[in-house]
Design a protein around this ligand. Structure first.
Ligand code: FRU
Length: 507
């Protein structure tokens, strides 16, 4: 028997953990039990312990923001998926709520309550999600049993769609009778519309459209868009259609990346004009929420990039990205900014103006931190590249350099991020269109997460696992010439899980 950070025991047959934490005290105790882990993010949404994947059911309800997530309460691995639940009054401070949705032993969701979304059905909070049973993926519906969205009543008519459509024929695999899951639901001209993600037999991924008067009886319309498998993957998971007025954005997750298409959507058909990745690193299955003032905020799952045994030992796996605000620029391109709400988490500030870097000269910033936001405006001058290194030990044996080059590429170099041989060392990269010269950079570092926003357009989310206690340094350097950091700010970030805060009493 092997125990992990939470004292769970496992043997060759799996995890011996029988309790399903239902009360907030237990969840809080689990969260506190992991608080000393320096790799655990503090201002991102994390599971109290155990496994988290996709964000689900994002909704502003009764004055509070609700974020549900794919959760395995029995261990830090993907199995017996429930919906975990966190709530917030301001989108940045979060509280754990009890597990909201669990598989029913005799239901179509017996093997898991997979990803889905929430809608307001004329005053009733309603979720659509995928139930898993044997080899089937079965769309299900549930309504809120109370105003805190803590428990849900599953519809006796579940599953609300029993068969996959005949055309296109849905991909069958050894494991699944049809790759057919995840839900994006909206109301248009008084009719409910739903997208379900799918793979097509002999083809690529597809986002399939259904319509309904009542959220329960669905009529199939066909794919709004499908992709060829060589460039867009064999299965599209978690499709989401976002309405920007005269233009639409459709994003899909294809096992590797989140691909987005910008274009127009009309009467069941999506015409793509541009296509790119929403993020060039470890970011998957995002879902969005509309704020009351009409903004789109998007969260994605940031998976681990280390061995499963390290996840087991840690007692937790997966975290949410920070919320990003999506807008369209005047030139029609997609902008992604950290949600402005996040500035409320900023603590102590360090500021510099006009830091001049000459080739080969490295300057350390006088901050030691593993939980900070860094904002910089960088002019390359005649340098070939400029480098910002984070989570760096004093001797630089562990470090994570973020490099920006003259040919507008950005790299997160993880080759020296960790002494742990189980942690990934792969370099991640993205092309940064120099819309603005100089480069505008926002970097959020939180334990083992590095989230990079360049020119408010391009994102790269990364996981790194420094082992040294003093991997807390930040330094700047230029290569092959001079560069100027026109302004630099570093803010220590406060925790999103403030034990000092009054617990929610709005039961
Ligand atoms: C995406 C995904 C979804 C599915 C869920 C299961 O990460 O595979 O397609 O509903 O996760 O946890």
């Amino acid at each position: 028997l092997v125990s992990n950070a939470l004292g769970y025991l496992a043997d060759g047959d799996g995890v011996r953990f029988t309790g399903r934490p239902k009360d907030v005290e237990t969840l809080t105790a689990m969260r506190e039990g992991l608080a000393d882990d320096p790799l655990r993010p503090t201002f991102h949404v994390t599971p109290p312990a155990n496994w988290l994947n996709d964000p689900n059911g994002l909704i502003h309800w009764n004055g509070r923001y609700h974020l549900f997530y794919q959760y395995n309460p029995t261990g830090p691995f993907h199995n017996t998926i429930h919906w975990g639940h966190a709530v917030s009054d301001d989108l940045i401070h979060w509280e754990d709520r009890p597990v909201a949705l669990s598989p029913s032993p005799d239901g179509p969701d017996r093997d898991g309550c997979w990803s889905g979304c929430a809608v307001d059905d004329d005053g009733t909070a309603t979720i659509l999600y995928t139930g898993g049973r044997d080899k089937k993926q079965l769309p299900c519906i549930a309504t809120a049993a109370d105003e805190t969205l803590s428990s849900w009543v599953k519809d006796p008519a579940n599953p609300v769609i029993e068969e996959t459509p005949a055309e296109p024929e849905v991909l069958r695999t050894e494991d699944w009778e049809g790759e057919f899951r995840d839900h994006c639901v909206w109301r248009e001209d008084g009719v409910w519309h739903q997208l379900i993600g799918a793979g097509m037999e002999g083809g690529g991924g597809a986002a399939l459209l259904y319509v309904s008067e009542n959220l329960r009886d669905w009529e199939y319309r066909g794919p709004i868009l499908s992709g060829d498998r060589d460039t867009a993957g064999t299965v599209w998971e978690c499709p989401e259609l976002l309405d920007f007025g005269d233009r639409h954005l459709l994003h899909v997750s294809n096992y590797e990346d989140v691909v987005y298409f910008l274009g127009t959507y009309d009467d069941g058909e999506f015409t793509a004009e541009r296509r790119d990745k929403l993020d060039h690193g470890d970011f998957y299955a995002p879902q969005s929420m509309w704020t009351d003032d009409g903004r789109i905020l998007t969260w994605g799952w940031i998976p681990e990039a280390r061995d499963v045994s390290a996840q087991w030992d840690a007692g937790w796996s997966g975290t949410m990205s920070l919320p990003r605000e999506l807008t369209l620029a005047d030139d029609g391109g997609l902008c992604q900014r950290p949600a402005p709400e996040l500035t409320a988490l900023r603590g102590a500030n360090t500021h510099h103006d006009e830091l001049r870097l000459s080739s080969g000269d490295r300057q350390r910033v006088d901050v030691e931190s593993r939980a900070f936001e860094l904002r910089a405006t960088v002019r390359l001058e005649d340098a070939e590249a400029v480098e910002l290194s984070v989570l760096e030990t004093p001797n630089r044996a562990e470090r994570t350099p973020i490099r920006y080059t003259r040919d507008s590429e950005m790299y997160v170099d993880r080759s020296e991020s960790s002494h742990d041989p189980e942690a990934t060392t792969a370099t991640q990269r993205m092309r940064v269109t120099p819309y603005d010269s100089p480069l505008s950079l926002r970097v959020f570092v939180d334990g083992s997460v590095v989230e990079v926003f360049a020119n408010e357009r391009h994102c790269l989310t990364s996981r790194v696992y420094p082992t040294s206690e003093d991997a807390t340094g930040i330094s700047l350097a230029a290569d092959g010439g001079r560069a100027t950091v026109a302004s630099l700010d570093v803010w220590e970030m406060q925790s999103a899980w403030d034990a000092e805060r009054e617990p929610s009493v709005r039961e």
